[in-house]
Design a binder for this molecule. Structure first.
Ligand SMILES: [Zn+2]
Length: 264
């Protein structure tokens, strides 16, 4: 009971700080309250702390060298402020897995939860830190092709390293708070790396990619940051970056559920 009150207080405080710092916009804040509040109520502080670690590290990494990312056209739009779509892209499936854990009772759904959060932290941090790799990234499905930093599906040595280290650290935190009965470090590392790979492959093959006719720049958004309507040049127009993250987080959670028997 007391830990839930502490958890909910952290959710509210973190939300208000995030709004002031420009990490979220208003609807992003409300969505954050819904996702964060649900996780505290369903899974208590033990489940919330790993998600909080993802959120804080993701926000800080997005702001890291933001100006340099803007120059490379690899920065998140709106100064990095998360919208409600961004929040649900990474937050919806973890909540679903906690609901399944509560209703069905199997600890394997808690592992699905860990897997989906691991995938999000591996994917977000490897994207945000990986764009700072000194040499240009290569397309994951065609490694002989160099692409511009920030292009979906682009991978780099630095990105791969972060995609292993970030979920390893998340697993260590999850282990420290004792969310599950056994040690989830290896499980978290494997599923996190898998998730970021899934994200890169979907991003490389099917995600919508646009060309701004005015700036002659490739972008992932329908409207380029200069305000010009961009033209679809590759992928499906409905497959946005947020939807790719949602698919990645759900798929990794289900894979985590399936392989969790080896880790319990
Ligand atoms: Zn433009």
């Amino acid at each position: 009971m007391y830990t839930k009150i502490i958890g909910l207080s952290i959710v509210i405080a973190l939300g208000l700080i995030s709004l002031r710092k420009g990490w979220v916009d208003f609807l992003g804040l409300i969505s954050g309250f819904v996702v964060g509040g649900s996780i505290v109520l369903l899974g208590d502080l033990k489940a919330f702390l790993p998600m909080m670690a993802f959120y804080l590290s993701g926000s800080l990494a997005t702001k890291l060298k933001y100006k340099r990312k803007v120059q490379k056209e690899a920065a998140q739009p709106k100064g990095g402020a998360r919208s409600w779509q961004n929040v649900f892209a990474n937050g919806l499936m973890p909540v679903v897995f906690l609901v399944l854990w509560r209703t069905l009772g199997s600890e394997r759904w808690l592992f699905a939860y860990i897997a989906s959060v691991s995938a999000s932290i591996a994917d977000t941090l490897s994207n945000e830190i990986g764009v700072l790799n000194p040499s240009p990234p290569r397309l994951v499905t065609r490694p002989w092709m160099e692409v511009d930093p920030g292009t979906s599906g682009g991978v780099s040595p630095l990105g791969f390293l972060v995609a292993l280290v970030a979920p390893f650290l998340l697993g260590s935190l999850t282990s420290a708070v004792g969310l599950v009965g056994s040690n989830p470090v290896l499980f978290s590392t494997i599923t996190g790396f898998f998730g970021s790979l899934v994200d890169s492959i979907i991003g490389a093959e099917w995600q919508a990619l646009y060309l701004c006719p005015k700036c002659d720049k490739i972008t992932e958004s329908k409207v380029h940051r200069c305000g010009t309507q961009a033209k679809l040049i590759k992928g499906y127009s409905w497959l946005s970056n947020d939807l790719v993250n949602l698919i990645m987080s759900g798929t990794t959670g289900l894979v985590g559920y399936l392989i969790s028997v080896r880790f319990i």
